[in-house]
Design a protein around this ligand. Sequence first.
Ligand code: PLP
Length: 403
Amino acid sequence: MAKDSGGKRSAGTRLVTGGRSGDFSEHVVNPPVWRASTHLYRDCAALREGVKSNEDGSFFYGRRGAPTQWALAEALTDLEPGAEGTVLYPSGVAAIVAALMSVLRSGDVLLVADNAYDPTRNTAMGLLRQFGVEHRFFDPLNVPAYEQAFCERTKAVMLESPGSLTMEVCDVPALTRIARDKGAVSLFDNTWATSLGLAALEHGCDISITSLTKHIGGHSDLMMGAASAGERWYRRLRRTAQQLGHVVSPDDASLALRGLRTMGVRLERETASALRIAEWLGQRDEVAHVLCPMLPGAPGHELWARDFTGGCGLFSFVLKGSDDASRCRFIDALDLFGIGYSWGGFESLALPFDVDPVRSRMAWPKKGWGVEDKLGIRLSIGLEDVGELIADLEQAFAAMKQG
Ligand SMILES: *Cc1c(COP(=O)(O)O)cnc(C)c1O
């Protein structure tokens, strides 16, 4: 059902219309919050019939969801060209871990992009190793070295672009083509762009994973994840999630669906503000490097412009020098920007980051940079007035220099 509306209409329109095809939508704009564990059957025959279908849209038991969760999953499928279905998870990390567990078994080797989200790295080094899966980190910008990292037992590749914190853009079609040639599954963490900004499956990925906590929720008040895939991997994802007992609450699904409807305009506005701020930072004496692939001339911009159809408010920059105390003075002096983890909400955030503990293959400071310049700051630009955000950054630079 989802495939009918996918592709025909623009992504912006599908954000609005997605997830309303089923009878279960009850013919209202927003599906009700359908709290249900037990579904009552008419008789024994209906109970036995009910067990046969394991599909969204047919009632069985609360762990397989109810109309609110089905509507959200369908809306996400509508948005992801090439997807057969979407599985929901209690967090983005749960989605990543469950997707990896769906494609890997003991004895397999997983290749992990060195700039993947830190908890993704930890899962490879921890839980997956515990279950007999080996991993190798690779530099996603070095395609020949990546190709050489494959061995006979390599069964999956975990990609993310732009990379967490450091924002490198990799050549997704090239990396996924090599994976396919080698018989490995490509999993892609698409949290930064969402399927609105990067049609991951159309760029060769087999499984597209999103933390809905970020842009889709959009209001910093829920945690959820999703994985979308074509027929073959969707079935596997679904089975694994059911065996892991993953389920999301209908209240959160309703909030996520509400967030999804306005995601397009939020991302447009956040992208425009982020570009203005990134440009402004690029002209500041205190700033060594701006890591914002949406910005013409910035690292990764060419690949970004080739593959992505949209951006968001998340990017990083690097202060000159290596004085952590001055970085803290700068961040502490910010008034409009909150200090905190996560991103993609309507409010702006700033986060100091250090790269050494979360990379093993990619150099930091990067080649050609001054060895002193390594103090990263990540900004998540929200919906505040952009002039006021810039003024806030400006006064924080002044506070930083006062010492
Ligand atoms: C936040 C994040 C996740 C994890 O999402 P949660 O919902 O917080 O578990 C995964 N990938 C990336 C790139 C993220 O930034």
